[in-house]
Each structure stands twice: as C-alpha cells, then as structure tokens.
Design a protein around this ligand. Sequence first.
Ligand code: WTA
Length: 653
Amino acid sequence: MCPTKGINTAGHLPTDTRLWPLKRYTEMHRRSLDDPEKFWAEEARKLDWYQTWERVLDWDPPYARWFVGGRLNASFQCADRHVKTWRKSKVAIYWEGEAGETRVLSYSTLFRAVNRFASVLKKLGVSKGDKVALYLPMVPELPVFMLACARIGAVHTVIFSGFSAQSIADRVNDIQAKVIVTADGGYRRGKIIPLKEITDEAVKLSPSVEKVIVVKRTGEKVPWTEGKDAWLSSLLDDAESLVTPEPMESNHPLYILYTSGTTGKPKGIVHSTGGYLVYNHSAYQWVFDIKEESVFWCTADVGWVTGHSSIVYAPLSHGAAIVLYEGAPDYPTLDRWWDIIEKYGVTIFYTSPTAVRMFMRSGEKWLQKHDLSSLELLGSVGEPINPEAWQWYYKHIGKEKCPIVDTWWQTETGGIMISPTPGIEAIPLKPGSATFPLPGIDASVVDTNGKELPTGQTGYLIIKKPWPGMLLDIYGNPGRYRRAYWSRYPNSYYTGDFAMRDEDGYFWLLGRADEVLNVAGHRIGTAELEDAAISHPAVAETAVASKPDEIKGEAIVLFVTLKEGELPSPTLKKEISQHLRKVIGPIATPDEIYFVESMPKTRSGKIMRRVLKAVASGQSLGDLTTLENEASVEEVKRAYEKLKGTKSTPKEA
Ligand code: WTA
C-alpha cells in the first residue's frame, strides 16, 4: 500500500504517514477471517447472556445462524445492564421537539418506561413471537416501544411516519400484526401530520389488527373507534412497574423492517437478536470510538435501519447518551441542527450526504452563530458522499479536526460493513471512499462471473463469509431471499451495489447496480413506483428512471403513456404525483413526469432502461459496447431519438 498517494491533504489524519502501515486494523481483520468463530465468540462475550451458545455458527448456505442455543434479551442489553451501574443516572436520551421542547431520559427513566410499556403490551395479550407495528413520529415513545417489544419477545416493525395508509396496510398484513402503535399526530415544519387518521385508513385494510395504541403528542382531537383504540396514558394507569425480560434464543427475530427491492412489493428483512446485537455492539465501538462521555447524534429517522441500529440498539447497548430530534433540519431556520449540536454538546454527529449537500448549498453563514467545538467525529451514511461535500463537511462542520467515517451498509447487513474504524486505529481517509471492511467482513469486488477484479475496475460488491448482523431471511418469502442475495454468486452475499478498489486497497462504493433508486439516502424500487403509478386510472403504462440531483443524489423521473382518450396536461401531472404520494408516501414524489407516446422496448418486451436514464438525465447514451443482450445498438439509438422527441410538457389549454 502506498502511504500518501491520493490521500486527503486537508491537514488532519490523512497526511500523517506514521500511521502506515495499518497494524492493528490489518492484524484484527486477518485474525477475524482466519478464525471467525473464535473472533465472534470473543465479541459476543461483551454482552450479557442468560445462557451461553452451544455453537457459534451454523452455516447452511444461504442461512447463517449465530450463537445457536444462546439466550439473551435486547432490552436487557440496552436498559437493565446500565441501571445496575452508576449509569442509572446517566442521560440515555436527550429529546428535542420540533418546537424546541426538551425531554431528558436517564437510563433509569428509560428502564422504567420500557418495563411499563412492556406491561401494557402484555396486558393487551401480546406475547412472544407476536408482531407489533410502530407508526410513530420521532418521540421517545418510539425507542421505548421497540425495547418493550424486545423485552417480551414480540417482534416489532417500525413503519416510517412518512408512509401512506396503503404502505402501512401492506406491511401490517404481511406480518399479521396484532397491535399498531401510533400518535395523535406528528410535527413536520410546524404542520401536523395526521398519523391517527392515516392509521385508521390502514386499519380498515388490516383485519389482523386488534388494538390501536395512541400516544398523545399534539393534543389534537382525533377520530376514535371504541373498543379498538386506546390512549397509551390510560393503559399506563394499570401497568406493572417491572416485567421480567424474556430470555430469547439468539436466532429469534428481534424485528422485521421493510425495504425496497427490485419487485413491486417491499421485502420484510428479518433480523436476529443475538447476532444482530453482537455485530452492532462491536461495529459501533470500532467505527465511532464511543466513549463514556460521548454525546451521539444520528439524524436518521428511527423508521430506517440506520435509526434501528445507530439510534437505538448500538448506542443504548453501550450506555451512550444519544440525541433524538423530532423535526425537520431546516425548521424554523437553516441553523436548527447546529443549534442542537451546541445545546447538547454533541461529540459524534452522523448524517447523510443529502443533508450535507443541502447545508453546503445554503452557505456557511448559518454556522457562524454556533459553537461546534464539542464535535470530535463525523459520520456519513446512506449514499455515496461526493468529495466536494466531504471536504465541506470536514472543513466547515468538523473544522478540520474531526475525522469523517463514511459508513457503507444496508438494511440487510444490520450494521456498518465498510468504514474507517477509529475505534481500532486511525485510518488515513480519502474523501469519497468508505475505506476498508470491518473485522469479520470478507468483501470483494467481482465481475459477472464472480471473478475478483483487479484494482481500478468497477464491479459488483459481494460478501464472501456470513457475519453476525446478516439478515435471517425475507419474512414469509425464502424464495425471494435466495434469489435476491444468493443466486448470482454461490455462497456469497450479493449486495446489489457497484464498487471499486483502488491501488491502496480502499473501497469506493459507487451506487446501486440493480433497479433500486437511492433518493436522498432512501431506497425505493423502480418497480414499486411503477406499480403505484399504474394504479392511476389515466395511466396505461409507466416506467421510472432517475436523474442525478445536486442535493438528493438521485431524483425520480416518471415516463407515462396514457390510456386512449386521456390527454396530457399539467393538472394530470399533478394528479399522478399526488397519487404516488397517496399510495406510497411523500418520498415517492417524482421530480419530473414525462408523457410519452410509447415506452422504448426490446423485441422481447423489456423496457430499455438505459434509454430512459439517458433521456431522464438529459445525457447521451454513452458507451454502447457493453449492451449485453438488451437490444441491438441501432435499436437502442432509434428508441433514444424517438423518446427524446416525444417527451412532452404540455401547457394547460
Ligand atoms: C447505499 C442504509 C455509498 C448503497 C444504511 C446501499 C451507500 C443502500 C452508503 C442501502 C455509503 C449506504 N456509500 N452508498 N456510505 N451507505 N449506501 O438499506 O447503495 O436504506 O445498498 O441502508 O444505500 O440502503 P439502506
């Protein structure tokens, strides 16, 4: 490895060539792959187990089962173990409401709340293995309910509060949830999102739901169904103050979280209890170098995997103090986040490239009023961070003294997989590279045949060994699990991402290789969008592509052909856009809708996505030599010219 070439020269870690070669990291990574079972058994001993495992790993591809026979409880790791120590009076959660209210939960308050919420669930008849859906805004009750479910062995599914009634119903029906927890509303940019009304609509489509628990947040009057709905506050009146945690077998599911794939239906990713917790506990230490006095703020929503692992399970299992912020980053003004960092003395700040780019665009003036000197470490997640945004983040937020950990991972991986690991050793950084795989992670960049590619060449990222955070399955669909992750490369996990290794061995993550878009760090499948758009009565056919977006990374572009007799108009465009928001949620809002006469297709009827992408992004078709068998070069060119000519933006008559 070359110590200086291509390395960031902004002034901090990167120019310090004494760091090379990487001794501790290299030794640990090698040791972890030479004897994974020994390595992970040592890591697992950092948690509290009721019963030790019989075997570290059962690997029956494509299923890995970790710490088989071991028993533990996730809420015990995140609450009970801390209240037995001085940490009982340590801050667990600093909550900041959008309007500026503060609630501070110590570990003992958290412990009490988790017990009482668990009692509420139990009294409603929820027991081990039952499914509970959580459709809540970013309030402390959300992590508390997650831990309460874990305490009694119920499996939670958190549904992002930006999703529509239909999206809730799809998820709830898939898992047959018994109980759904929501609120009387949530705040977003000063407005109230009517979560209870949306939940009611979903419940009409979800016969499995017996009870709707409502958290009071806004105090708004909400529609009420006697017998089915119950205020959390009234249920708490009868709650016990202690509920014994259920000792869960390591491979019992902790939660199911839905994410987009290449077909219309989102997949329910199932995570285990033991493997997931062990992996996240260790990865969090390696990546964030967490210290007792750290104040950790991850700005993701708890509704995504980043929130599950990096707001709830990993930090709380360490007894860390976290910040949980309810509202929008730019509300009421663009310095809201900087104000929060100053107010709580945040030391580790973890956010998305989209957010960094948004702040970069709004200029440094918003930073000037605030003292950000508490910051020690910055993180990035969810999408590739472009070097320009990286440099801005490093200079203006980190003041050139905070390393940036660019963390690559997925809902399926459970925890961070490729990232600098300052908790092991300072790794010289390169802006835009997530650097190296974590211990235990055997990552490789391969061609379509599975052959490892030489440095500098772009290929597919695969993981060649199971790791404890790996998903257990896709809920109710083992066939899809095999197909999506294990059919391309035998016994290796296919990530669906493009990657490249450079001459120093650094990994560069280059975006999705499948038909999944990444809009502002949120995964959304083109098929999911197409299924939703086609359900609009005027739409005959539809196809989705993306175009590069300066802030969001990618933006959605929808191509539509209309049914006979329907005329393109700006009103119809708005209607289709509204329809997508209604079916999926605001994250599905297209940036552009083009009405076209026909879709570019191959003779076998496959949509030529490359043509769509080129037209959507206003770019040329690029290199056509790697066309594979989509269609002939001439056909693709013809289709491209035709589509370019017919996309229309009509004026209202
Ligand atoms: C992308 C989010 C580049 C990637 C934790 C992956 C990234 C998808 C990075 C997973 C990163 C995530 N650099 N790309 N640091 N982190 N991605 O499931 O395409 O919401 O496959 O999990 O986000 O998105 P998901």
